[in-house]
Design a protein around this ligand. Structure first.
Ligand SMILES: [Mg+2]
Length: 156
């Protein structure tokens, strides 16, 4: 199996921030099991954007997933002009850009910047942005999933 760097967003991606599927403020039920099953084969990066670092840590710790990640980056929302792009660029890609997989819910953020950088983009169609449609060709995700289990065949 090829080794990927997988950059995963937190809110509305792993974490049901607004309670659109179940109780508000919980990890989606299958996420921890899937993360645990891929953590030894791939380099996992948790990338989240918020000005409330302690709240993001609380969320991460509530899911008992922090130890599966090689890196956890909590980026301030106002950091620079293109904080998502800058954060994605900071992550090393020793096996080439396509081996970097970006998993996120925002077409206008993670998906857009992953596509511009030539990374593999995976949209998690969940949460408050699930009904949005791409506004340009750069917002079209390479893959769309509605459950983390669907990530596994993409990694083959
Ligand atoms: Mg998100």
């Amino acid at each position: 199996m090829s080794r990927h760097t997988i950059i995963i967003d937190l809110d509305n991606c792993m974490f049901d921030t607004h309670g659109t599927e179940g109780p508000k403020g919980c990890f989606y039920p299958e996420v921890r099991e899937v993360i645990a099953s891929i953590a030894d084969k791939h380099k996992l990066v948790l990338l989240t954007f918020s000005n409330n670092r302690s709240r993001q840590w609380e969320k991460i710790m509530s899911g008992d997933v922090a130890h599966f990640f090689w890196m956890i980056d909590i980026v301030e929302e106002g950091a620079g002009k293109f904080p998502v792009m800058d954060a994605l660029k900071r992550i090393p890609s020793p096996h080439g850009s396509k081996s970097i997989i970006v998993v996120g819910d925002r077409l206008d953020q993670e998906i857009l910047h992953a596509n511009v950088l030539g990374y593999t983009s995976v949209r998690v169609r969940r949460g408050k942005y699930r009904t949005l449609e791409p506004k340009s060709q750069y917002q079209v995700p390479e893959h769309t999933i509605t459950n983390f289990r669907e990530l596994l065949p993409i990694l083959q």
